[in-house]
Design a protein around this ligand. Structure first.
Ligand SMILES: [Zn+2]
Length: 406
């Protein structure tokens, strides 16, 4: 272990392994001085325990910070104790006369990524004995960005290139124009990128992909478990041997081959899986882009990310309509959501993400899509009727006779 330079521990969510915090705490306590790159990606549902790191895993990371070059954390509970006990749990300084800069100096740190997971609920470490399981803990993101910004302005990160915190926000089932997004909080530049993602169907009924539009200008389609990798702009990468390193380290190493996460272009995805989503359909109808990664001022903005409605168009209950001042309903406007377009209820994201594929499968089994097509055809009959009546009134005719057959 004396030559270890990079340690990456990933505990898959939903796996069989029961993670106790003190196991990680013990590993961190034994970390050799040679280790300069650290990644902890742990299941957010940590098992409480009584050993080292149980109260604050942050306290076990803190002693290593001053020598680390690259650090990535995705852990269930986190707090400003990461930087020492002078910070209160809300990220403010506890003392009027803070200690000198040397107490908070991280001269080698080049990239530091904190991922609060896609519903943004990495929680503050135990307050008044509350546990993550009790769900009585507030989200940690605001305290952390305040603390990180304060340290950056003090000059604590002289070599930093990426100092990002990521959290997510969901779509709004009551407002079709609101899309789910990752928030990439750029502490150095005091900006936030809202990065939209949209679910599309995967290659099987039990899998699903996401469309992502990144601040780097890419639009790609990837299996949903990889979307955060692109929100983080692949700051850490995996090799063909299965090990993980900071991308900056791999760039200087010719002896490793990077295994990039699967990513398809839109045209590749469409030709392979024939999937679609409302955003693509709306953009096809209006002939312009309506949703993109958006930069916002500051580090705490969580306002909804909207798909825009362009001039000359209006948003109806079933899609976009040319805004020509008419209240007539066009036959082509009627198109109820198909299963490709329907979004799962928020329940699946917040509580039981593993049930989402089941939701898709049940919808397929109940043949919702063909049933919707039948309804659309019936709507078409009524639209034709409305058109005839409209023409009849316009022509000032006094009678209109319909015959029923069968
Ligand atoms: Zn903590």
């Amino acid at each position: 272990m004396t030559h270890l330079t990079t340690l990456s521990i990933i505990i898959a969510s939903g796996g069989r392994y029961e993670l106790h915090k003190d196991m990680i705490g013990s590993i961190l306590a034994a970390l050799p001085e040679s280790c300069i790159n650290l990644e902890l990606d742990l299941d957010p549902v940590n098992i409480e325990s009584k050993g080292p790191g149980s109260a604050h895993i942050c306290e076990m990371i803190s002693p290593h910070l001053s020598r680390l070059h690259h650090l990535r954390l995705e852990i269930g509970t986190i707090c400003p104790a990461l930087f020492g006990d002078h910070f209160a749990i809300d990220g403010s300084l506890q003392r009027e006369n803070p200690p000198p800069l040397s107490h908070y100096y991280y001269p080698a740190l080049q990239t530091f990524i904190i991922n609060c997971n896609f519903w943004g609920s990495a929680l503050t470490c135990n307050i008044n004995g509350a546990t993550a399981a009790s769900e009585a803990l507030p989200p940690a993101r605001v305290a952390l960005v305040q603390c990180l910004r304060h340290l950056f302005l003090r000059g604590s990160f002289p070599r930093i290139r990426r100092l990002w915190l990521l959290d997510g926000q969901l779509n709004d089932n009551n407002d079709e124009s609101v899309y789910a997004a990752w928030n990439r909080r750029d502490i150095v530049n005091n900006k936030t990128w809202a990065i939209p993602w949209i679910d599309v169907k995967g290659p099987t009924p039990m899998s699903f992909y996401s469309v992502i539009r990144t601040p780097e200008g890419r639009e790609l389609v990837t299996p949903s478990q990889y979307r955060s990798v692109f929100a983080e702009d692949q700051t850490w990468k995996e090799t063909t041997l299965g090990s993980r390193f900071p991308a900056a380290v791999l760039a200087d190493r010719g002896d490793f081959i990077v295994r990039d996460p699967p990513a398809l272009s839109v045209s590749e995805y469409r030709s392979m899986y024939k999937g679609s989503c409302l955003a693509w359909r709306h953009e096809q109808i209006t002939g312009r882009k309506l949703l993109w990664a958006t930069e916002r001022e500051g580090l705490v903005d969580r306002s909804p990310l909207h798909e825009i409605t362009p001039p000359g168009w209006r948003r109806g209950i079933c899609g976009f309509y040319p805004d020509n001042g008419s209240t007539d309903t066009q036959e082509t406007d009627i198109n109820l959501n198909t299963i490709e377009h329907a979004r799962g209820p928020n329940f699946f994201w917040e509580s039981e993400p593993s049930l989402y594929p089941l939701y898709i499968a049940v919808s397929e089994y109940l043949k919702i899509k063909p049933r919707i097509q039948v309804l659309n055809e019936r709507c078409g009959v009524f639209l034709v009727l409305a058109e005839i009546l409209s023409d009849s009134i316009a022509d000032n005719q006094t009678s209109c006779k319909f015959m029923r057959f069968g």
